[in-house]
Write a protein that binds this ligand. Structure first.
Ligand code: NAP
Length: 300
């Protein structure tokens, strides 16, 4: 299949590489030429704009940052929609499926989908979980919202990038699932940092405490994976703290619209806000440990 990929950062680069490994013809675009180079070296074709990508493929994927970025690459000047339109003289390129795999507000995904539909393009929201490790290994969890027909069309591409691929429901449902995922992981990273800081400040080796906890009901993948990285003090992103701030904001904004009570998410969001304020925004979200250390009288 001919697949386009837009946005070649920490996640997008390995995901696009896995599409190539899966035997697809891949056309890429990134706003910085150096981001495209590893993909061109691996056999992908470069394009001059998202519109040019859209003209060349059957399925076009974006993996950028937040809703305004998705809007820009899909609907902006030289965006996917203008490429698809110009291919058929303004009538829309029937059959083109646009898939956004970034994490954005569910309402924004529904809005972008509706505007692309008006240009004759089917849209799927398909955010992921599993981090850089999962992106490299091709084992991401992919949560999809949109029509069954568009899902079936994009499935061969999803299968190169993920293992647990779930068609959650209609437009926006993938982003709702991802927001739920970020409640669990955002709170999870914070609680693991709290537990390890608690152990250390009590004069007990946090590595031994983690080892003990891994065998009981406190076990979680986050205690295992993120907990180890906290012990190693490896704060290289991974998943940037400002991205987790963005995601907790998505959770709270969605909750606000519906009048929902999410007290734990609200407290967690404050910590990610403070991380950005403390200059830790570009570090991995596990650097929340540093913030807790500072608030507990340490250096951090
Ligand atoms: P990243 O490393 O910052 O990559 C984002 C890429 O998108 C960058 O290469 C950036 O280009 C490009 N981009 C952003 N805005 C753009 C725009 N308006 N036009 C064109 N290109 C644009 O971030 P990431 O970690 O890969 O995350 C990407 C998305 O996946 C986010 O929505 C994030 O929440 C989600 N996500 C991340 C993880 C993770 O563990 N990292 C896990 C699950 C989901 P430049 O290089 O020029 O800045």
């Amino acid at each position: 299949m001919k697949v386009g990929f837009i946005g070649l950062g920490i996640m997008g680069r390995p995901m696009a590489l896995n599409l190539l490994k899966g035997g697809h013809e891949v056309v890429v675009w990134a706003r910085r030429a150096e981001s495209m180079q590893p993909l061109l070296d691996a056999g992908a074709r470069g394009a001059g704009s998202p519109a040019e990508v859209a003209r060349a493929v059957e399925v076009v994927i974006s993996m950028v940052a937040d809703a305004p970025d998705v809007e820009q690459v899909m609907l902006g000047e030289n965006g996917v929609s203008s490429g698809a339109n110009s291919a058929t003289g303004g009538a829309g390129w029937e059959g083109l499926v646009a898939v956004d795999m970034s994490t954005i507000l569910p309402a924004a995904a529904r809005d972008i989908g509706a505007r692309l539909a008006a240009a004759g393009i089917e849209f799927l929201d398909a955010p992921v979980s599993g981090g850089e490790v999962g992106a490299i290994a091709g084992t991401l969890s992919i949560m999809v919202g949109g029509s069954a027909a568009a899902f079936e069309k994009a499935k061969p591409a999803f299968e190169c990038m993920g293992k647990n691929i779930v068609h959650v429901g209609d437009a926006g449902a993938g982003q709702v699932a991802k927001a739920a995922n970020q409640i669990v992981t955002g709170v999870g990273v914070l609680t693991v940092a709290e537990a390890l800081n608690f152990a250390a400040k009590n004069g007990v080796d946090p590595a031994r405490v983690r080892e003990a906890l891994l065998g009981g009901f406190a076990y979680s993948k986050i205690l295992e994976n993120h907990g180890q990285r906290m012990l190693d003090r490896n704060f290289k992103p991974g998943f940037k703290s400002w991205m987790h701030q963005k995601d907790m904001n998505i959770v709270l904004q969605s909750a606000h619209e519906l009048g929902l009570c999410l007290p734990v998410s609200a407290a967690t969001a404050q910590m990610y806000n403070a991380m950005v304020g403390a200059g830790l925004g570009e570090e991995d979200s596990i650097a929340v440990l540093k913030l807790l250390e500072r608030l507990s009288g340490g250096e951090g």
